[in-house]
Write a protein that binds this ligand. Structure first.
Ligand SMILES: [Zn+2]
Length: 289
């Protein structure tokens, strides 16, 4: 083997589809995933032959093509312009964006949007419910999440989620994407920290330090040293899916594999984990293991 071959990413071409082939000593099965960007990934055990990998992939080629098609269709959606009326996800729901004046906090479009949107109570109440559920996890002290529940989020910067809608100050509109990404990441850290604190005793582990980041093709991971990483994008999905990934990674602190004892550990905390796992895969087709 040429030394360079080890560093170069391995690919596997099957008909018209080029896969990134990833080998892992910890893997016992072959898995296929469609990351948000880049080629589909086929993950295989370290010593899996290319012929075996190709045979496995060939059987799933129709699924891969369909998922790539879905991904392309999503990519063709027009990019956000961060204008009033656009919708943004959070915790499994979509919230309307309203661009507000910088000092008064409200201007013309705000009132128009309010009327067009229907009763505030509905969405506002629903959001408050979610936040309360997070607080029930026994998060100590006064957290930013708690501040959000009491409507103090206006101190939070040019973007906030209040009364069932995102509010972005007009002067920040040009940097809308950066503000949303920063907001998501910060809020996701609050939510993930709270859910890890909630589930750790149920799994029977000490709450580990977590790294909240953006991962290429995974929602979460757990290193051999017990470092848990979680994707901030989890907080945009249905809360039940975030909980599944949190529990999955926490159980890895006890069982660093996917053998039956691992899944029994997940099931003891989330009896319906299979359904959640399926939904997570269906929604994103990203590899969660
Ligand atoms: Zn796993």
């Amino acid at each position: 083997m040429m030394p360079a071959a080890q560093a170069a990413p391995e690919t596997l071409v099957v008909e018209d589809v080029t896969f990134a082939l990833r080998r892992s000593a910890r893997r016992r099965t072959i898995g296929i995933s469609i990351p948000r960007e880049g080629p589909p990934v086929v993950a295989v055990p370290a010593r899996c032959s290319r012929r075996t990998a190709e045979a496995a992939v060939r059987g799933k080629l129709a699924w891969v093509r369909r998922k790539l098609g879905d991904r392309d269709a999503r990519a063709e959606l027009p990019p956000h312009r961060y204008e009033t009326g656009e919708r943004f996800p959070w915790r499994g729901r979509e919230y309307e964006l309203v661009v507000v004046g910088d000092s008064s906090g409200a201007d013309g479009p705000v009132h128009a949007a309010r009327q067009a949107r229907g009763p505030d109570v509905d969405r506002g109440g629903q959001l408050a419910f979610d936040v309360a559920a997070i607080l029930d996890d026994g998060l100590p002290g006064r957290s930013p999440v708690q501040a959000a529940a009491t409507g103090e989020e206006s101190n939070d910067g040019p973007l906030c989620l209040r009364d069932g809608r995102f509010e972005l100050t007009r002067s920040a509109q040009a940097d809308g994407q950066a503000h949303f990404r920063a907001w998501y990441r910060r809020r996701a850290t609050d939510v993930l920290t709270a859910r890890v604190a909630h589930f750790a005793p149920l799994v029977g582990v000490a709450p580990p330090p977590i790294a909240v980041k953006e991962m290429r093709s995974r929602w979460g991971s757990c290193s051999a040293k017990g470092r848990v990483s979680l994707h901030w994008g989890l907080a945009l999905l249905d809360p039940g899916l975030l909980d599944y990934v949190v529990v999955h990674e926490l159980v890895h602190l006890k069982e660093l594999h996917h053998q039956p004892p691992f899944w029994r550990g997940v099931e003891s905390v989330l009896p319906d984990y299979r359904e959640r796992r399926k939904r997570l895969r269906g929604e994103s087709a990203r590899d969660v293991v």
